[in-house]
Design a binder for this molecule. Structure first.
Ligand code: GLP
Length: 244
């Protein structure tokens, strides 16, 4: 795993956007795997800036998002569909028919997950996957468990994830308890992976990710087995690593 240490969130967002921009410039019809959560918001802002400066062109880019809450409609302002449109898709020249997000409104998990895997296959896989990191080590919505999940699956969100994400909802009772997420196997198929983490509250989990063992109890730890992973983290997030 290549680690890029940055001073702060601004620097992290610029670095991450530059890496994604370089992917788009080298292959303008690439497939980007995209993430939600608060961490990538700055990265998306920087990508919009690069687009406005005519440095990158999204017209042939395809995107596939990691996950979506089960039960939220597209117009729900907490859905990841809404998030992606608000933070990126509405501000660049991407063809929205080339953007894919698991459909949270499909009631049957089997149908929802199989159809998303089909989409990913048709896209021919992900060239560059962007990831954030949950406090418990989750990537996408793959919570700690006994084995690594393989394909897109329906997960029960961990209590700690529901609590962490409650800040975006009116009350904790509004946070969905289930989500559809690309599996760990799906994520590991990406050609390149870029994981971005900031803040002191992520220092413990970053230490486990960087220096701990590979275990499904820390789902992100599996990234150590991937050939091309870059972690961009700020000084606070890296503060508990001995490499400091
Ligand atoms: C959410 C998302 C993840 C995200 C994580 C961290 O639950 N499903 O994809 O990486 O939480 O979010 P944040 O960046 O807000 O800390």
């Amino acid at each position: 795993m290549k680690i890029i240490k940055v001073k702060n969130y601004d620097e992290l967002s610029k670095k991450a956007a530059n890496i994604i921009a370089s992917q788009i410039i080298s292959n303008n019809s690439c497939t980007l795997g995209l993430a939600t959560g608060s961490t990538p918001i700055g990265t998306y802002k920087e990508l919009v800036k690069l687009y406005n400066e005519n440095i990158i062109d999204f017209s042939n880019v395809k995107t596939a998002n990691l996950d979506e809450y089960k039960g939220l409609t597209k117009d729900n302002d907490q859905s990841y569909y809404y998030f992606m449109h608000q933070n990126l898709f509405n501000h660049v020249n991407i063809n929205k028919n080339n953007t894919y997000i698991p459909d949270g409104t499909i009631e049957n998990p089997d149908t929802a997950c199989k159809s998303y895997e089909e989409i990913l296959k048709k896209l021919g896989g992900v060239d560059l996957q962007l990831l954030g990191l949950g406090h418990n080590g989750h990537i996408g919505f793959n919570e700690p468990r006994d084995t690594f999940s393989l394909e897109t699956n329906c997960v029960e969100l961990a209590e700690s994830t529901i609590k962490a994400n409650a800040r975006f909802f009116e009350s904790i009772d509004d946070v969905p308890t289930k989500a559809y997420t690309m599996g760990i196997g799906t994520i590991m198929k990406a050609k390149k992976i870029l994981i971005i983490v900031n803040g002191i509250d992520k220092a413990d989990i970053v230490q486990k990710l960087v220096e701990g063992v590979v275990t499904p109890n820390v789902p992100a730890s599996v990234l150590k087995f991937h050939q091309d992973v870059t972690l961009i983290a700020d000084e606070e997030a890296l503060s508990k690593c001995t490499l400091n």
